[in-house]
Design a protein around this ligand. Structure first.
Ligand code: FEO
Ligand code: CA
Ligand code: CA
Length: 646
């Protein structure tokens, strides 16, 4: 999904909120207002001096996170393009309408929105952008989180298709009639397809028995505490056990038992009310569900999106969905035990005793970071199919001194009636225990080499403002040190005792993004941000087998004012041990980079290029050039010498 400035512009219920507005707020605090930026500057200085905050290539000093002494686990055989852990010379920021990778690397397109997965599907038609039928047989739009699975040497990609951008998805700029709604629904969800190396690159294997589409209409079983609860029952599903579809599929996750996790994020923008006088419930409003949708008009063709007629339908979305990508006949399952919110991704770790820990971010200003701990234990080769069905949710509380704890969400701690209610109204449960409101938690990544995790806090320009000034009133501090936070930061925590089961942890900020060419205060960013690697709005996050952090951005690509010198959205690599960050890739115009996975031999990296040219026709022609409509695409990146890259 584009950064929130764009989402809001698409939402008629919200005040129009342009990038220019951001600049104005950023540069000219209103007279009489507290200068939060100056306060935040002092706060960051305090943190940096107190805890030996990361300084360029120096180790983390007094911070709880000492440099890893573990040797790199893989890639030892690869000959790096340059020395050190990075293996590449960084690329400069740019505003080109193409993908830029370092010298010694190459890229090609694997799949574009609208590419058929079956030979009976029509090729993408640039003039019409396709039909409901052609889209049901083709790769969906707005590629996002993805994971590659292997079976008998074959490579199967499971890829989220997050949303559609009306301005580009419809030749007329908006939907008109039932087939347009059918087409849009088929462009959402998850595309599963086999890929193979052929003709000098990775290509879709059409008609593979693994190919599958999960869309906004696919039957999905509701499991866990919310299954069958009164709030889940609708006229079309009186038992409250089977939902239709998944959408807003943002980040991804994978389990040690080989299933794919797809995460329902902006599920709210699809609901509306045919009765303009209808008052949505306070519970729905907390999730952003109101009487006006974000322009998708699905209720015009499918009345379950009309909340006046089906008030419980939105309660059935906002979950983690699990399925086996190697079994195309399997029914996906909504895992309500992992809570309902705007799920970004689902990062799975195993506790020392085999219990499954899943870290989960809720991407909304002033919402929370969560942890799920399973009741059952993982057994290699055993039956792990329902480990995500039962367990306990926790919300994170951070103090200002580098310590934090996980607050259990139970009927006792929240005052809620049941675990079902906590699973459905998870935001309210986390508010009840006074968890720490965050700057929009995006992806979480767990380091496979040591017990630590990272979360992108993408930005939050309203933090610390009064609600009547459009702010969320969330206190500034802890891992959210800046008001008017247009750049974002990455928080890192290490569970006490080195076990993800621990309820307490130490935290620090791995990086505070900023622009040192423009600012000299807290908005210059932390010491590991330089004129050569600066970026804003970290979002996608993965850690490779060598323990290197890959950071993908979804932010302001104006390359002007406070963002001058940052260019298009990008992907960077960071060394957790030293804090050093280098830019690996720059995306085409107006894209975000999101989604990252690797081939089984780690010699190919698959990267998602979402919404090139998102502001409307003519802004980008990626990837096909000429006057073509821009199409979200997955690109394969490899080294010219065939070496390992992650
Ligand atoms: Fe779909 Fe929060 O990004
Ligand atoms: Ca984002
Ligand atoms: Ca994202």
């Amino acid at each position: 999904m584009p950064d929130d400035t764009t989402i809001e512009a698409e939402d008629p219920k919200r005040e129009f909120d342009s990038v220019e507005d951001d600049f104005d707020e950023f540069y000219f605090p209103r007279p009489g207002e507290t200068d939060f930026a100056a306060l935040a500057d002092r706060e960051i200085s305090r943190q940096i001096s107190r805890r030996g905050f990361l300084r360029g290539t120096a180790a983390a000093g007094a911070a709880a996170f000492v440099a890893s002494t573990a040797p790199p686990r893989s890639a030892a055989s690869a000959t790096p393009v340059n020395s050190g852990r990075f293996g590449f010379e960084p690329v400069a920021a740019n505003t080109l309408d193409t993908v830029t990778v370092p010298e010694g690397y190459n890229w090609h397109v694997v799949a574009r929105w609208g590419d058929p997965l079956w030979s009976r599907g029509a090729e993408f038609d640039d003039a019409t952008r396709g039909t409901g039928e052609s889209q049901e047989l083709a790769f969906g739009d707005n590629t996002d989180g993805m994971e590659l699975f292997t079976a008998d040497g074959r490579s199967i990609l499971a890829v989220n298709n997050e949303y559609v951008n009306n301005k580009l998805f419809f030749a007329a700029g908006k939907p008109a009639g039932p087939d347009d709604v059918r087409r849009a629904k088929a462009a959402h969800g998850v595309s599963v397809f086999e890929i193979a190396q052929a003709g000098g690159g990775w290509r879709i294997v059409r008609d593979s028995e693994y190919n599958r589409k999960i869309t906004a209409d696919t039957p999905i079983e509701i499991t866990g505490p919310a299954r069958g609860h009164g709030l889940m029952k609708t006229r079309l599903d009186p038992a409250g056990t089977t939902a239709r579809g998944t959408w807003g599929n943002c980040g991804s996750g994978r389990t040690p038992w080989g299933t794919y996790l797809t995460c329902e994020e902006n599920f709210n923008g699809y609901f509306s009310s045919g009765d303009p006088g209808h008052k949505g419930s306070a519970e729905l409003l907390r999730y952003g569900v109101g009487v006006v949708d974000w322009g998708y008009e699905w209720a015009s063709a499918d009345e379950r999106f009309d909340i006046a007629k089906h008030p419980n339908e939105p309660n059935r979305f906002g979950y983690i969905v699990e399925f086996d990508p190697l079994d195309p006949a399997s029914t996906p399952k909504k895992r309500t035990a992992l809570g309902r919110f705007k799920h970004e991704n689902a990062e799975v770790a195993l506790a020392a005793d085999g219990r499954v820990v899943v870290y989960l971010g809720d991407d909304e200003r002033g919402e929370f970071l969560y942890r799920f701990v399973s009741e059952g234990r993982y057994a290699e080769g055993g039956d792990n199919g329902d480990l995500l069905e039962n367990g306990t949710l926790y919300a994170a509380k951070f103090d200002d001194g580098g310590r934090g704890e996980w607050l259990e969400l139970t009927p006792r701690t929240t005052g809620m009636k049941s675990r079902a209610e906590i699973a459905i109204h998870t935001r309210q449960a986390a508010s009840a225990v006074k968890a720490t409101t965050m700057d929009r938690p995006e992806w979480v990544a767990v380091n496979p080499l040591k017990a630590e995790a990272y979360c992108c806090l993408t930005n939050n320009k309203n933090r610390g403002k009064k609600p009547n000034a459009g702010g969320d009133a969330a206190p500034v501090g802890g891992p959210n040190p800046r008001a008017a936070n247009n750049y974002g930061q990455i928080v890192r925590w290490a569970p006490d005792g080195g076990d993800h089961l621990s309820d307490t942890f130490a935290w620090d900020l791995y990086v505070v993004a900023g622009n040192p060419a423009v600012h000299s205060d807290a908005n210059a960013g932390s010491k590991n941000v330089t004129r050569d690697n600066m970026f804003n709005s970290p979002d996608g996050l993965r850690i490779d087998t060598r323990g290197m952090l890959w950071i993908q951005t979804d932010g302001n690509y104006s390359n002007a004012k406070g963002f001058a010198g940052m260019g298009n959205n990008q992907m960077l690599a960071g060394d957790p041990a030293t804090g050093e960050i280098k830019r690996f890739m720059v995306g085409p115009k107006q894209c975000e980079i999101t989604g990252l996975t690797w081939s089984a031999d780690r010699r190919t990296m698959f990267v998602g290029i979402q919404h090139p040219g998102e502001r409307g026709p003519g802004n980008s022609h990626f990837p096909d050039g000429g006057e073509t409509t821009p199409r979200s695409a997955i690109v394969a990146v490899s080294r010219d010498d065939g070496g390992v890259i992650g």
